[in-house]
Each structure stands twice: as C-alpha cells, then as structure tokens.
Unconditional design. Structure first.
Length: 138
C-alpha cells in the first residue's frame, strides 16, 4: 500500500523560514553585514534561494501529497502534477470508499480523487482533516 505524505502548514516555522530566506538573499546581494570572509555573502545568497526550493520541491517529490492549513487544503492522490486545491468553506460533502474519495463543493462541482492502492489509514486521516476544518460537514 502506498502512503500519503501529509504536510501540516499550520506551524509558524514556515513564516520564519521565509523571513530568514529573504534576509539571507538581501544580505547576500547587498552585503549589509561586514564579514571576515566575503565568500560567506555568496553562501548566504545561495542558501537564501535554496530554502524556498526545498520548501516547494517537496510537493513535486511525492506522488500522494496533502498540504493543509487553517483555511484550505491541497490534495494530490496518484498524480505527479495537478491536484485539487480548495478552501474549507467551499466543501459541501466528503464521501470515501476503497478506491476513491469524492469531494463535492457548494457550487456543485465534484472532485473524484483516485485512492486506489493508498493505505486506508491515510484516507481516514485525510477525511478527519477535512471534517476537522470544514465546519459545514457532519
């Protein structure tokens, strides 16, 4: 059975990493701080750009990926590119079965996600996340 990579974005560490990245890029480009070794400015510049690459790159490395925060969720099951991104307030209902998960929005759009070959405990965890943050679901 394949597993889903769950990425909880509700932690504030991502905000601090973004700020650190910007500070490193600005310092590397304009050399605000005087350092003993000028080569460190180039290292800071490179590291400042590597932080977002690693952050956004993990989305591409996992075939089954779920990223969520307090306002919305990105679900990608059995796909390399694409996926479904939605806000919790848009979700009308969630139905899960052995081979698929159907998410219906309030505007009538239905998203059928292929869950074949995915561990049932991960599907249950995904359903729990959707029910936890979507207030209209029963």
């Amino acid at each position: 059975m394949k597993r889903i990579f769950f990425d909880d974005m509700t932690h504030s560490i991502w905000v601090w990493l973004s700020i650190l990245s910007v500070v490193l890029i600005i310092n590397g480009a304009f050399e605000f701080f005087i350092l003993i070794n000028p080569f460190l400015h180039k290292v800071f510049y490179i590291v400042g750009f590597l932080i977002p690459v690693v952050f956004f790159g993990k989305i591409l490395f996992h075939r089954n990926y779920v990223q969520w925060n307090k306002k919305g969720i990105l679900i990608r099951l059995n796909a390399r590119i694409g996926g479904v991104s939605m806000k919790y307030r848009e979700i009308e209902s969630v139905e899960e079965s052995n081979e698929s998960m159907i998410i219906e929005k309030k505007n009538g759009v239905r998203h059928e996600l292929d869950a074949s070959g995915i561990d049932s405990s991960d599907i249950k965890k995904l359903s729990n996340i959707l029910h936890k943050y979507s207030t209209d679901l029963s």
